[in-house]
Design a protein around this ligand. Structure first.
Ligand code: GLU
Length: 463
């Protein structure tokens, strides 16, 4: 069974780069009937916070990405880590190092002056003398100092690291007993049964160290997929300056989970030239072996295009529900279908959609000055009055076509062009020159509201 995980460090919000690897991990587990587990890497007490953890969980909930089993918190697993530290000490695979801070600094400075790689020199690796007084020992793991470490990577192929170039006996527990990052990641992945790790390639340099831990503890390493970073259009790593990186900011901007996840799945993964993927399709088609080897480029226009596509193709009842977050209660609106059909191919985001809806269903409280000037000519008030009279004397009016007929009657009887009624009526109904077809607008707001808006505009333009 394939078990994948997402292992965020709760230092802030959930970043879209993190969400992308989480999505890949989720899809791969689901596709294979496996498990996707969540581990919160909250060992850094100075930088981690409960708010950050909550923010991550909130984002997952919004997106509907469910994890399997309980969330694992590293901060609650000290006893487990301690047990493995003791085990490695007992087996002679780790040792206490008494090098003082000053000595270590001196060693580093000498290495730097000699233009050598800075690394621990193994002074206490085979030490059996009397420890120096007054130095709290750290625990170091005995790493292989020669030979190669091969990381089998599903994206990049086999990557060979020369132990000499990258390893030293790195610290696995600090002087206060706190275990270190690479040590706990390897232990947790092993104990949680994670057999496929999909993560950003910014972690690649950690992987050989984690392999050392696997080896020392006799655990089987997982299969790794190191995913190239997301870049901005200038080819640099995506940063806050390129737009929002906080997942929840996308909700704020009016994107739906479907459009954001579709956008993210295509950042670094492709299936032919297909762009639109439903969640089911993603699950069926995703395979980490198709992850691209080069960085992907973040492009907001693409997200907007996808978002517009999803809005256009969402059934109206569902769209009405999604708009509730903007305090729009349309579910029982009798002209909901006409309203949403008119607008759903005009909006890039739900937020824009909400604005467009409000522009129709709310009585205008102000009128665009230029539009008023352009639309209201001599005779406009008279035309609107004539149209108002038609509405008053008409029977039931429901559909756009009912209103259209009345407009036609006015045009024919007064022998005027359509624009002569259309322009002032548009400004009266919407306060501006743009918007959907007027017959639809009137059908949506109904007879009384239409009359009210016409009357308001007439009052405004009669003096
Ligand atoms: N906690 C790490 C991070 O948030 C991820 C660790 C991993 O995926 O191995 O960057």
């Amino acid at each position: 069974m394939i078990v994948t995980r997402f292992a965020p460090s709760p230092t802030g919000y959930l970043h879209i780069g993190g969400l992308r690897t989480a999505l890949f991990s989720y899809l791969w587990a689901k596709k294979n009937g496996g498990k996707f587990v969540l581990r919160i890497e909250d060992t850094d007490k100075a930088r981690n916070s409960q708010e950050a953890t909550d923010a991550i969980l909130e984002a997952f909930e919004w997106l509907g990405l469910e994890h399997d089993g309980d969330i694992i918190y590293q901060s609650q697993r000290d006893d487990i880590y301690k047990k493995y530290i003791d085990q490695l000490l007992d087996e002679g695979k780790a040792y206490k190092c008494y090098m003082s801070k000053e000595e270590l600094t001196e060693l580093r400075e000498t290495q730097m002056a000699n233009k050598e790689r800075t690394k621990y020199n193994g002074k206490y690796r085979d030490f059996d003398g009397t420890p120096p007084e007054g130095v709290e020992a750290v625990i170091r793991i005995k790493a292989p100092l020669t030979g190669e470490i091969i990381v089998k990577d599903g994206v990049k192929g086999d990557i060979s690291f020369q132990a000499e170039d990258i390893l030293d006996d790195f610290v696995i527990a600090r002087a206060d007993g706190a275990p270190t990052y690479n040590f706990v990641v390897a232990i947790d992945d092993a104990l949680m049964g994670i057999n496929e790790v999909i993560r950003g390639d910014d972690h690649l340099s950690n992987t050989p160290k984690q392999m050392v831990v696997y080896e020392a503890l006799g655990f089987e390493p997982p299969k790794f997929y190191h995913v190239p970073m997301i870049h901005n259009s200038a080819g640099k790593k995506l940063s806050k300056r390129d737009g929002a990186t906080d997942v929840m900011a996308y909700k704020e901007m009016g994107y739906t989970p479907a459009s954001l996840l579709n956008f993210l799945v295509r950042l670094g993964w492709s299936h032919g030239d297909q762009e639109i993927f439903s969640m089911d399709e993603m699950q069926n088609l995703f395979n980490p072996k198709d992850i691209n080897k080069s960085a992907s480029i973040y492009n907001t226009e693409k997200l907007d295009w996808l978002s517009a596509h999803y809005i256009k193709n969402t059934p109206n009842s569902e769209l009405a529900k999604q708009l509730e977050q903007y305090e729009l209660i349309l579910t029982s609106h009798d002209k909901k279908e006409i309203l949403l059909d008119e607008l759903k191919d005009r909006a890039k985001t739900l937020k824009e959609m909400a604005t467009l809806v409000k522009e129709i269903i709310e009585t205008p409280t102000s009128y665009d000055e230029k539009a008023v000037k352009k639309a209201f000519k001599e005779g406009s008030v008279e035309i609107l009055n004539a149209f108002g009279a038609k509405i008053t004397s008409a029977g039931e009016l429901h559909l756009p076509v009912d209103y259209h007929h009345l407009m036609e009657e006015v045009v024919n009887e007064m022998e005027i062009g359509f624009g002569k009624i259309g322009q002032p009526l548009r400004v009266a109904l919407l306060g501006k020159m743009t918007g959907p077809g007027l017959d639809s607008v009137m059908s949506i707001i109904g007879k009384d509201e239409t009359m009210l808006r016409i009357a308001n505009a007439i009052t405004l333009n009669s003096n």
